[in-house]
Design a binder for this molecule. Structure first.
Ligand SMILES: Cc1cc2nc3c(=O)[nH]c(=O)nc-3n(C[C@H](O)[C@H](O)[C@H](O)COP(=O)(O)O)c2cc1C
Length: 364
């Protein structure tokens, strides 16, 4: 197995077999309260979770985050996710396609997603580092490979520094994003991988033409920890100590959503540690447009498409219950419903989010 395939296999295995969440940090949704309505003015069965996102209709404001590809196990995972996402009527991403652009033998481990789900809304994926280093050609090949409906560019500066085989080349990124927008005829999403995107960075991304921002905040899958475990295995002691110092680095997801909404009107995907439909409801109330799930779907996708579907149905039931209890008959109403911020999230909002459209009205 080549280095890059081994790395992909390690990522899946470590994510499934070890506890790779943040040690002393959560995604901060426990600091968001929605207000209980004892007399919801609607019937549970009449609640709609339908949304419009990137000019397409989806059955729920959910998205399966890009995770994998490049190995036999990844091929099965991508196929199962794409099939379930198509059936459920939501978008799904594949993991970084760099390996397959460089080695055509791996193409099938991504292309399986399109083969198994001809009508799915699929999101291609490459790293910002590849965009900067290899240029637009890499992105075009990734899009072609799965006949993608959108492309996600992942920002992972901390992971690039920690991973033993990483390369932290980000200079020139915004110029490449503008070129990408000019050359691809599909929406461009920019995402983090678990350290969050701040308000000012979201504003800069929007100014450079990005169609949606996936904040992927901290509190869920912790890439610093995953790369620390890999560094331990390879004996890279310097990387292990560096990872230890930055182990809980990042903007908690709830804070990243508040910031990004305060700084831009561009569609926002909330992801990073979102584990229930109630947390999804809170993220939507904070102002995001879609909610992304990675690890909770991975756990099911190693089984079969039915298991993924079961998890998505459970998440939707939790979301609908939260909507019922806040008297919100549709997602747009939920996005305008009241919330209370507590503790550190309230402190954060006071210092950073005064321009948030819903906080402007409150005396923070
Ligand atoms: C096994 C695994 C592999 C991942 N690989 C990628 C990747 O190739 N590209 C990417 O943009 N994000 C990747 N991610 C990050 C996720 O898309 C997501 O941003 C992150 O895991 C936070 O979501 P979660 O807390 O729900 O897991 C990966 C996540 C997991 C669990």
């Amino acid at each position: 197995m080549k280095d890059i395939e081994l790395r992909k296999r390690d990522h899946i295995r470590i994510s499934l077999e070890r506890d790779v969440s943040f040690r002393n940090k959560t995604s901060w949704f426990e600091y968001v309260e929605l207000i209980h309505s004892a007399a919801p003015e609607l019937d549970f069965s009449g609640i709609s979770t339908k949304v419009r996102f990137l000019s397409r209709e989806f059955s729920a404001p959910f998205l399966v985050e890009g995770m994998t590809g490049g190995t036999g196990e990844a091929e099965k995972i991508n196929g199962n996710i794409a099939e379930a996402a198509a059936e459920f009527g939501i978008p799904a991403g594949v993991g970084s396609q760099r390996a397959a652009v460089k080695n055509p033998k791996l193409v099938r481990t991504f292309k399986i997603a399109r083969d198994r789900a001809p009508d799915a809304f699929l999101i291609a994926n490459i790293g910002a580092v590849q965009l900067v280093e290899d240029g637009i050609e890499m992105a075009l090949k990734a899009i072609d490979m799965i006949e993608a409906d959108a492309i996600a560019i992942h920002l992972n500066p901390l992971q690039e520094v920690i991973q033993p085989d990483g390369g932290a080349f980000f200079k020139g990124f915004y110029r490449m994003v503008r070129r990408l927008k000019e050359e691809v005829g599909i929406p461009v999403i920019v995402k983090e991988v678990g350290c969050g995107i701040s308000g000012p960075v979201s504003a800069a991304l929007a100014e450079n033409g990005v169609d949606a921002i996936d904040v992927a905040g901290s509190g869920g899958t912790n890439w610093t920890l995953i790369e620390k475990i890999r560094a331990e295995h390879s004996g890279a002691e310097d990387k292990v100590s560096l990872a230890e110092v930055f182990i809980d680095w990042g903007i908690p997801t709830a804070a990243a959503v508040l910031e990004s909404r305060a700084f831009t009107d561009t569609p926002i995907i909330a992801s990073g540690g979102i584990r229930t439909g109630l947390e999804a409801a809170k993220a939507l109330a904070l102002g995001c447009d879609m909610v992304g799930f990675a690890h909770p779907i991975l756990v099911e996708a190693v089984k079969n498409p039915e298991a993924v579907l079961g998890k998505l149905r459970q998440l939707r039931m939790e979301l609908v219950t939260a909507m019922f209890l806040t008297s919100c008959g549709d997602v747009d109403t939920l996005r305008h419903t009241e919330f209370i911020l507590l503790g550190p999230l309230l402190d954060w909002a006071r210092q950073r989010c005064v321009n948030h459209p819903k906080l402007r009205r409150k005396q923070l």
